[in-house]
Structures are given as C-alpha cells and as structure tokens.
Design a protein around this ligand. Structure first.
Ligand SMILES: [Zn+2]
Ligand SMILES: [Zn+2]
Length: 334
C-alpha cells in the first residue's frame, strides 16, 4: 500500500509500505476512509521538531474507517463495521489507568508518532481503542471526532454553566471545536481571539458571538465583558498570562494548547486574590463516546472547520496550507 512515512526531521515521504497484519489476538485492521492532519504532525515534521516521533513510522492519528480484519479474541466488533480509533491505546493496568487518568497511561505507544498511524490505506489498532460510529457521517467531519474527544475533555474540566461568558484564545481546529461546544453548552457570549483573518472567519462560522484580533480584544474587552470572562480557554499554549488578565472573579482557565517552550511571567497574586481555577487538560479521559454522540447528532456546525479534503499524493500541499495558516483542518482520504 501507499503510505506517508516519517523518515526524520522535515522528511515525510509517500512511498510503498507493507500492509499491516494481525499479530496479536486483540488487534483490528481498519481500512482508512479519512485522516486529519494535526498540529502535532506539523510539529513532528518541523526542523528542529516540536514533537518526537520514531523514524520509519506512518504518520496520521485522527482517523475513521472500516474494520476489515479482526483478531480472534475481539468481541463487540464485526468485519465491515465503521469505526473511529483512539490513537493513544491505553494499557488499563498501569497506575494512571487504574486511578482514572488514562490520558497519562505510561504504556501508551501512540499511533501516528511511535507506532504506525493512518496516512495509508490500512491501519492497525487494539480493539480497546476502536469505537463504532454511524454509517451516515461524512468522512471529513467524522475525522474530527478524535480532536473533539480531546476538546470535550477540556470543556468538562471547565464545567460550563448556561449563560456564562467564555473567551477562547486561538481559532485553529481546537479553538473552533471549543467554540462550537461552548456555544452548544449555553455559554454566552463566547468570544474568540485570533490574529489570522482566515481563521477568524471559521470561528464565526462555528458560532462564536464575537471574533476579534488580539489588539481589538484588548481594546474592547471592558466593553464586551466588564467583569471579565468566567471561562477562558488557551487553545494556543502561550496565553496563560493573558487569560489571567481577563478572568472574572472565580473564573476557570483551561490550559489546553501545548508549547514546551512557553515560560510566561505569571502574577500569582491575581490567581489567589480572584480565586481563579487553573485547569490543565491533556488528550482524552473516557470522552470518545460523548464526542461520537455529538458528531452523530449533527448539532455542532463542524463542516466549516474542514478547509480541504485531498489525496495522499497531495499531502505536501496540505502541510503547506496548514503552515501558512490558510487552512484550519486538512483531511486526507488515503
Ligand atoms: Zn491530533
Ligand atoms: Zn495504562
């Protein structure tokens, strides 16, 4: 089969690759229908890399498809079933798994960075990571289930209540998913802060009540939210200090975006004095079923997030579109 293989920093090649085979009784082989390109993929391919990966692996971790071969011990799945895959298979037996924190499973071998992913015709996953989905979903939208499962986790951390105000920093895929979910949860107003004009348009399309550049937000925040925001989402990874500046009394700040180099100067006193809650949110915590249900119900305006759907041979073009900021989500149909 043809696959997009990571060969080292900055080196991704679409080339022939052996098809996966069942090696353990609990494995499932999925024929991939659609696989999103994620910011993490760009980080893996950056020089120097912003995220580690094993040279030789097939990239791609936001995918859906059809179970075509299932191992002899797999129950609850049938050949031909349409599925989404959690690309971070949990072991179920480590301390993190046994204390209800599967996101931090110490035995995860992530598909698409440390094991073969889904930028190929076929991908393999343990059955415990495979979830059935409806036949009716459009493939590019269904490929958003994985990032949405992460965003459901982050939204749950904030416990939004109807009528609370929210500010989302960043309108990439993650910021737009947070926006759609917070609006659906009854938050109002939901304000998105994003420097790129193209991305601001997508944030508006997914339901943001106000979409502002960082400068306009700084200028207009006191008028739009005189008391500050009750929920603040950093979907970028560098906006912690800014979020504190605009937090209402008792606000919850969700730190979702990841940037290992961000070392913001924080006025700790403000967190104490304003009784703020600082909530880290890392990948998923039993949130795939909720994300699947949300997408199946069609209640979130997700189609606007998908900028382009392209074939595997055009992946270089898709990566360039994402790097330029001209695309929000690019989906590959291998
Ligand atoms: Zn991703
Ligand atoms: Zn574990």
């Amino acid at each position: 089969m043809k696959a997009a293989v990571f060969h080292g920093p900055g080196d991704l090649r679409v080339e022939p690759h052996a098809e996966p085979t069942i090696e353990r009784a609990d494995e499932v082989i999925v024929e991939v229908e659609a696989c999103g390109i994620c910011g993490t993929d760009l980080q893996i391919l950056n020089v120097p890399p912003g995220h580690p990966a094993t040279p030789g692996v097939i990239l791609g971790h936001e995918f859906i498809g059809r179970a075509v071969t299932i191992g002899p011990s797999v129950r609850d799945l049938r050949v031909g079933q349409r599925v989404v895959v959690d690309p971070d298979p949990k072991c179920g037996t480590c301390h993190a798994c046994r204390t209800g924190r599967p996101a931090n499973c110490t035995n995860v071998v992530a598909l698409g960075s440390f094991a073969d992913g889904a930028l190929a015709r076929f991908a393999k996953a343990p059955a415990s990571s495979v979830y059935p989905i409806a036949e009716t979903l459009a493939p590019p939208v269904a490929a958003l289930i994985e990032p949405l499962a992460c965003v459901v986790n982050g939204t749950n951390r904030a416990v939004p209540r109807p009528g609370e105000s929210a500010v989302v920093f960043g309108a990439g895929t993650i910021g737009c998913l947070f926006t759609a979910l917070l609006v659906a949860a009854g938050a109002s107003p939901v304000i998105v802060v994003e420097p790129s004009d193209k991305r601001r348009r997508v944030a508006a399309a997914v339901g943001a009540h106000h979409v502002l550049s960082p400068d306009d937000f700084a200028r207009r925040r006191a008028e739009l939210l005189p008391l500050g925001a009750e929920i603040l989402i950093d979907a970028v990874g560098t906006q912690f200090a800014t979020a504190i500046d605009h937090a209402a009394l008792g606000a919850r700040i969700v730190l979702f975006g990841q940037n290992a180099n961000a070392l913001p100067a924080i006025k700790q006193y403000t967190i104490t004095e304003r009784s703020l809650s600082i909530l880290g949110s890392y990948i998923t915590t039993y949130t795939f079923p909720t994300a699947i249900r949300l997408v199946e119900q069609g209640k979130l305006p997700l189609a606007a997030i998908v900028s382009r759907v392209i074939g595997l041979d055009d992946i270089a073009e898709g990566l360039a579109l994402l790097r330029s900021g001209d695309a929000t989500k690019v989906v590959i149909t291998p």
